[in-house]
Design a protein around this ligand. Structure first.
Ligand code: GSH
Length: 210
């Protein structure tokens, strides 16, 4: 298999963190990782559009030559492909909660964070949009409070002791925020402690550049 990715971008980084976490848990996936240079616009060129007509990253090329082009679908595929020590584990209730938090992080925090970043200090050179940035910042307050509250029972990671897809997703977005020097956590000490703890993990050290 091949993972087409680019450093810094949140959706590829989330998959890279997931793969690194699985490798730490002992699963060798043997996925070749190939960088597509988005600064040079390679993701908009025919070679990449043949893999993914939407021109986005990540893309996972399967052994049969077909492609998956959605980051969560890539992770879920790898969970199914390598079920031993899969990250999504436990009772139906555990799995339901893990999926719930993953969706909350992705839809209500990671998406708006990316939008906020591009509306304020876009590394792609998009024009600043203060009104949109303010709306996105407001929309993130209840979800961030929700995550802060999750951590109030002293759990080390978002779902407890075991790393989750939600941890990978949130950290991938935070790397982007660090790169553009934006901090959206506000007065949420437990999220800040989680961030430090997560960045100390071997998987994070292996993947994160910022
Ligand atoms: N829903 C897709 C979104 C993928 C996405 O938007 N990737 C960004 C990087 S984080 C990208 O490739 N942006 C380049 C572009 O849209 O031109 C997923 O989860 O994989």
């Amino acid at each position: 298999m091949k993972l087409y990715k680019v450093a810094l971008a949140p959706n590829p980084t989330k998959v890279m963190l997931y793969i690194a976490e699985r490798e730490e848990l002992g699963t060798q996936m043997d996925i070749e990782q190939i960088t597509v240079n988005t600064v040079k616009g390679r993701h908009r060129e025919p070679e990449h559009l043949a893999r993914n007509p939407f021109g986005t990253l990540p893309v996972l090329e399967l052994d049969d030559g077909s492609y998956l082009v959605e980051s969560l679908a890539v992770i879920q595929y790898l969970e199914d492909k390598f079920p031993e020590d899969a990250i999504l584990a436990g009772t139906p209730e555990d799995r339901g909660r893990a999926r719930d938090v993953e969706r909350i992080v992705d839809v209500r925090v990671a998406g708006p964070m990316g939008g906020y970043g591009h509306a304020t200090k876009s590394p792609l050179g998009l024009p600043p949009d203060p009104e949109r940035a303010a709306q996105l910042k407001t929309s993130m307050q209840i979800p961030l409070d929700y995550l802060e509250n999750l951590l109030s029972d002293d759990r080390p990671l978002l779902l407890g002791d075991r790393v989750s897809i939600a941890d990978c997703t949130l950290q991938a977005s935070l790397q982007f925020m660090r790169f553009i020097e934006v901090d959206l956590f506000g007065d949420r000490p437990l999220l800040r402690q989680w961030d430090e703890r997560y960045r100390d993990r071997p998987a994070a050290k292996a993947v994160l550049k910022w």
